[in-house]
Design a protein around this ligand. Structure first.
Ligand code: K1U
Ligand code: ZN
Length: 169
């Protein structure tokens, strides 16, 4: 098991569009194990492969209180979205320390392969629904700050670059 480095905004690699996973083989199973360990270590509730510089359609999520119900979604596709949506407070492991509101569908149905390669359809609401939409955005090369105003985005970019420069010193 390995902990993987997480890319930080505004790294341009966060905007690469991920390709479908061709086969759920040993490499993908190892990636799932490493991403789950990385998500728990970073105290996140989700992680997309894009964030660890792997540009394939794979996400891991755990919104359980006990942090013992990891969910693996490979090649996720939204098959249904509710007509209603809400503004939800979001954070991102690639934009540490920044939280802001993003409008998301209340309920979604997602078709995906699980960690064994079996196809499943999941219906999600609440935090799981928000997290699935956030992670699927990562796979499209979209970071949640792109939903914010240009001024907020500019301030966040400046703050992140300053923090990265200071961390390098
Ligand atoms: O993709 C990521 O960067 C992980 C991200 C997922 C996420 C959190 C909140 C709303 C939508 C998606 C995180 O885990 S951020 C850290 C975190 O644990 C958290 C932040 C705010 C609310 C709940 C959890
Ligand atoms: Zn994120």
């Amino acid at each position: 098991m390995a902990l993987l480095p997480i890319l930080c905004f505004p790294d341009p690699r966060l905007h690469i569009v991920a390709k479908p996973v061709a086969e759920v083989d040993g490499r993908i199973r190892t990636l799932c194990t490493d991403m789950i360990a990385t998500m728990y270590d970073a105290k996140g509730i989700g992680l997309a492969a894009t964030q660890v510089d792997v540009h394939e359609r794979l996400i891991v999520i755990d919104v359980s209180e006990e942090r013992d119900e990891p969910l693996v979604l490979i090649n996720p596709e939204l098959v249904w979205t509710s007509p209603t949506s809400h503004l939800n407070e979001e954070g991102c492991l690639s934009v540490p320390g920044i939280y802001d509101g993003v409008q998301r569908f209340d309920t979604v149905q997602v078709r995906a392969l699980d960690g064994t390669g079996k196809s499943r359809v999941i219906e999600a609401d609440g935090l799981l629904s928000v997290c699935i939409q956030h992670e699927m955005d990562h796979l499209m090369g979209r970071v949640f700050v792109e939903y914010l105003s240009p001024l907020k985005r500019k301030r966040i970019k400046t703050k992140m670059l300053k923090a990265q420069r200071e961390a390098e010193r």
